[in-house]
Write a protein that binds this ligand. Structure first.
Ligand code: SF4
Ligand code: SF4
Length: 171
């Protein structure tokens, strides 16, 4: 008989951190019913993505499972799970917390990283341009309001995201 050894690491600090963050405490009310996974469009397409399991990993303090790999980035942020949860766990918000923590560990797909760097640089995910301003004028829309870029940068820095690394341009 083949003996298979499974190892994992439980981090009580990670568990405490998640539970202490805004909306993270709602994890305590998860009863693992899987309604969130059942309604999730990403889980329907990618079988290995499972929001219920992600919440369970976060609650147990399985930091590597919850924040490494690409799983966490498969969430579309559609919030259907949020509406489906019978115990009002803030499912999609907790997954956003996991995304932030994953990014803080350097796990962030290039597309997201580029977007963060654009926000860091301009304060917007889609920077204004002469063409955009011209189109707004044609549509009788007002000019885009100014953005306090320094404030946006201060907020992003608090998230400990990999900004300004060799792939970034956010200066
Ligand atoms: S729907 Fe709510 S209670 Fe059910 S598994 Fe998902 S988060 Fe937990
Ligand atoms: S927010 Fe993410 S986890 Fe929730 S239903 Fe949408 S894709 Fe699935």
């Amino acid at each position: 008989m083949e003996v298979v050894t499974l190892t994992t690491t439980i981090s009580s600090d990670f568990r405490k951190l998640i539970l202490s963050l805004f909306e993270g405490d709602s994890l305590r009310y998860c009863m693992q019913c899987s309604l969130c996974s059942g309604i999730c469009p990403a889980a329907r397409i990618v079988g290995r993505f499972n929001p219920r399991r992600m919440l369970w990993e976060a609650f147990l303090g399985l930091e590597n499972e919850a924040t490494l790999g690409e799983n966490v980035w498969l969430c579309l942020g559609c919030h259907l799970c949020l509406e489906a949860c019978p115990t009002r766990v803030k499912v999609s918000h907790v997954i956003t917390l996991l995304k932030n923590l994953a990014a803080g560990r350097g796990n962030m797909p290039d597309g997201f990283l580029q977007e963060v760097n654009t926000i860091f640089k301009t304060g917007r995910s889609i920077p204004s341009s002469p063409a955009i301003e011209k189109k707004r004028l044609e549509l009788s829309l007002p000019s885009l309001p100014a953005v306090d870029v320094e404030e946006v940068r201060a907020l992003l820095k608090k998230l400990n995201l990999p900004i300004n690394n060799k792939r970034g341009d956010g200066k």
